[in-house]
Ligand binder design. Sequence first.
Ligand SMILES: *Cc1c(COP(=O)(O)O)cnc(C)c1O
Length: 228
Amino acid sequence: MSLMNRKQEVQARVAAACERSGRKEEDVHIIAVTKYVSLETTNSVLDEGLLHIGENRWQDVKPKWEALHERGTWHFIGHLQTNKVKDVIGKFAYIHSLDRMSLAKELDRQAGALGMKVKCLLQVNVSGEESKYGVAPDQFFELAAEVSKLQHLHITGLMTMAPYEMEADATRPVFRGLRELRDELNERKIFSYPISELSMGMSGDFEVAIEEGATWVRLGTVLVGKEL
Ligand SMILES: *Cc1c(COP(=O)(O)O)cnc(C)c1O
């Protein structure tokens, strides 16, 4: 199937999930995850009008970013080691994987040195899987309160991943859990501004994530395919 066909198919599925849950399509944005495809294919993804690109390792994305960065908006969605902050800061418009205070402090310090604010999402390990990164739900508000004191971070939302092997429908409580954390964060007014984004849903479960309130879905295999 061509990229154009896959895009149309995915957009139809996004539209249907919005319809089922009474949401507006314009509130759901697609991040094309290009970590499994070449620079050439990433170029085609941008040609197709998919302008939000997600990648999870700087070593792998570097040549793509260097060649193509002006054409799109780049999202860092992978685990970020503190000593790799220097590679991604200023290059990625959003960091989806802020999950601990040491990382928050380093991002804040380097953003401050550059005289900028960096947009981040707080990653939560809602499912509690041991293999997943993300702050545990019972430590989430504490982390949020600490992060809210940092001047050079702007928290736009929350991010989670459901277990890969789960049937799509079994992921629903994970996504619902993230939405509830976001709502409670706003009720408690931990940040001085509203937090709206929910980055959740991948190839196997994005429709359920949309039904539960996703505003960003991160789609690799189903949308751009897998070559590498
Ligand atoms: C790889 C990856 C995705 C996309 O995965 P697919 O299942 O291929 O859609 C989404 N989010 C994160 C954090 C990833 O690492």
